[in-house]
Design a protein around this ligand. Structure first.
Ligand SMILES: NC(=O)c1ccc[n+]([C@@H]2O[C@H](COP(=O)([O-])OP(=O)(O)OC[C@H]3O[C@@H](n4cnc5c(N)ncnc54)[C@H](OP(=O)(O)O)[C@@H]3O)[C@@H](O)[C@H]2O)c1
Length: 357
């Protein structure tokens, strides 16, 4: 027997949730109920859907609703989250409005599924940049107790929704035809084509951005350790899909690149991680790249491959030669899939496995 399932929000994350549900054969009883701010016919995940205009009645009879709407006071979660629960639904919310509420678990299934209990009605999906960092660091934390992280992100425009992807397309066309890119300040504060913007979400009084603060507070909540020190810089780059992160991590216990590689290369100790590291031995590589020290590493384009599309790809694992028990690594993941849709669907799958749905 399947579940009655709804989806609120049909931006890139909503589209990926439909794809992931279909790919993973999530047991849905009848039709997926798709909702947004207005009623219309829309093609999502290569399929035509009748999108319904959101109203309270639509939640009646649904077991599970994925929320993929905008954040904030006029956003989907603030306006409709409580209504969904009151109508008997379990909610898995991609938005950031309730992530730090102590009563709502913030979950990465590979790391802290135990936070979801039979009482849980509302589960928050973490921020995309937090999810991939935590999947990569949790196994190392379990082995040697993480104490401090310095992270710089290289985040795709799709992290800011459909409007941001359109903005990059338009600006790129303008730039390549010799014109100055005209940016819409409602999307990005500066032009993004062929440039990097050290600015994601709103600035806070201390000079950090809200995205940076999310990486600090969400990581501590997921790893259940308020003492981990995290120093982030989040940067928007002209990539369509796929966030990359450069991470420096320092541990209380013994840690080295050799030990980290051993842990991260095992699916048993590091679920969700694929290590792409080591000497580049491609015999077909062009002459100019024939360097005996050349190494393999992951990039966003690798996420197109079926075996990598839902993984957190890790490479460039090195000792930090300036500090004991500290390492550097690079990690890459699809912000729309593992950073949002896949993580949400994995939570639902794990709840089903545990009899919580
Ligand atoms: N993009 C990412 O990488 C990423 C990663 C992790 C988490 N998230 C979070 O996931 C959510 C969705 O992201 P997205 O990029 O897909 O957003 P998006 O492109 O802005 O799409 C938002 C969707 O939500 C609907 N919506 C907005 N406000 C609503 C309301 N009050 N009631 C009902 N529907 C409403 C919109 O309806 P209309 O179509 O009718 O306007 C639209 O379909 C956001 O909270 C975002 O922060 C995104």
């Amino acid at each position: 027997m399947g579940l009655k399932v709804g989806l609120l929000g049909v931006g890139p994350v909503g589209d990926r949730i439909i794809r992931v549900l279909r790919e993973r054969k999530f047991p849905i009883d009848g039709e997926l109920v798709v909702m947004a701010t207005s009623a219309r016919e829309e093609t999502l995940a290569d399929q035509t859907f009748q999108v319904r205009k959101i109203e309270a009645n639509l939640f009646k009879g649904l077991d599970l609703v994925f929320f993929a709407g905008k954040e904030g006071a006029k956003g989907a979660s603030v306006q409709w989250g409580r209504t969904a629960i009151d109508n008997g639904c379990i909610v898995i919310d991609n938005g950031g409005d309730f992530r730090m509420y102590p009563e709502y678990p913030l979950v990465v299934p590979e790391v802290n599924m135990a936070a979801v209990t039979s009482e849980t009605r509302y589960i928050c999906n973490p921020n995309c940049s937090t999810i991939q960092m935590v999947v990569a660091l949790a196994p190392l934390h379990r082995a040697a107790c993480l104490r401090r992280v310095v992270v710089s992100t290289y985040q795709a425009v799709s992290g800011w929704g459909e409007a941001a992807m359109n903005q990059l397309r338009e600006e790129t066309t303008q730039f390549l035809s010799g014109r100055e890119p005209e940016h819409d300040p409602a999307v990005f504060a500066r032009a993004i084509a062929f440039d990097c913007l050290p600015h994601i979400d709103r600035f806070l009084a201390n000079g950090y951005t809200k995205e940076e603060l999310k990486m600090v507070s969400e990581t501590r909540k997921i790893l259940n350790d308020p003492n981990i020190l995290i120093s982030p810089t989040t940067v928007r780059v002209p990539v369509m899909v796929g966030h990359s992160e450069s991470i420096n991590a320092e541990f209380a216990g013994e840690m080295s690149a050799v030990k980290a590689i051993q842990i991260l290369s095992s699916l048993e100790t590091s679920p969700g991680v694929v290590l792409i590291d080591g000497p580049a031995t491609d015999p077909d590589s062009k002459e100019v790249r024939k360097d005996s020290l050349e190494r393999r590493y992951p990039v966003s384009a690798d996420l197109q491959r079926d075996e990598y599309k839902d993984a957190v790809l890790v490479g460039r694992v090195r000792d930090d030669t300036t500090r004991p028990n500290a390492i550097n690594l690079w990690c890459v993941s699809d912000n729309l899939r593992k950073g949002a849709a896949t993580n949400a669907v994995q939570i639902a799958e794990a709840m089903l496995d545990r009899g919580l749905l």
